[in-house]
Ligand binder design. Sequence first.
Ligand code: PA5
Length: 429
Amino acid sequence: MTQLLLTTIINERFLNLDVSQYTSSVSAIHHRLEQSENEPTGWLNGPIAMDSQNLYPILTMADEIKKNAEVLIVIGVGGSYLGAKAVQEALTPYFQKNEDGIEVIYVGYNLSGSYMKQIIDSLQGKEFYVNVISKSGSTMESSLAFRVLRKYTVERYGEEGKERIIVTTDPEKGLLKEIADTRGYRRLEIPSNIGGRYSILTAVGLLPIAVVGVNIVELMEGAKKAALDLKEESLEKNEAYRYAMIRHALYTQGFRIELLASFEPALSYIHEWWKQLFGESEGKSRKGLFPAAVSYSADLHSLGQFVQEGSPILFETFLHFKEVSKDYSIPYTIANDDGLNYLSNRTFNEINSISKQGTVLAHAEGGVPIIQIEVEKLDAFHVGYLIYFFMKACAMSAYLLEVYPFDQPGVEAYKKKITELLIEESVAH
Ligand code: PA5
């Protein structure tokens, strides 16, 4: 049974898609991906090879952290934190601590002194571990945060503190690896053939996700199912390829923005992770869809107007989970002074679903092309499936645009400039 149903609603502006036009290019890219041994595509078959035995070291480390700490501080930026944060937000309660885990907080994804001071203050009197994550081992934001947290760990725990620092980095090279080996910090590996934004299903995402109490065995089972399902070459059978094809077709018709829309606030960091995945993979050579996201129904009252009637530059991809874990019924009241008793036998989730259907219809009528991604249930298995689905679709989509999905030269340019400026300023200081 397919876990993820992808359906499309096509409005008038989008009637001319000839699928056969894509058959040969999709097939060529499919074979390129399948045979890409020397490319950073370790994530393609990673979940198939992964089982509970492979996960054992991460699960054991997560248990140790949960036993000895109240907080895990994850240091990382971009692909080194967004995936873990996305799964954490999607699968843990809104207002309470997850029963099976401890608090996980993120640092090193901004340069705010205020944020850093408040994190350090919040750790006073709390037991903690630090997990610093960086593939290159030298990113400015995470390196500075690690400097601060390393010092603070020594102040709090002395020499023993090194047992509380876990380094996740490249197995062969980089400054962070050298620091870990010299200082005796434990290391987890980011496989050499997996880059930042494709690394969520490695130790990068899995350790924090396990510590926060999400079942990583189920998450990986879902990803494995997707990896097997999405090995299909045919566009009719491979939903990731169909999604890639439709977004490419819309791009060629002049749409320049893809708006990912969902109706569950817990998905807001899935949006952020998705934005990075597609934005960094495709935005090159003056090409690519700009990935934006909205959280409805809140954003129906802000950006909804633009989507319905503004410049016709965007299409919308609705991401909907049919079943979410908790729900609440609308109460019946005798007074009915708000006139809402007609809804009193309904639940919020039912109304949310109807609101999604209404929004799809209204926006389609307004001329917005709509893609709908329907997922059975908001749980670890299906989120694992969805993550893999998006990564595979992204690789296909970038190659259809004739850009290389696995580098980020524009980010490197920014990293270089900021370092040059800081050196200049520090010399003058
Ligand atoms: O996808 C990528 O490779 C980037 O977004 C990186 O994840 C980000 O720049 C952080 O790099 P690093 O993990 O090397 O610190």
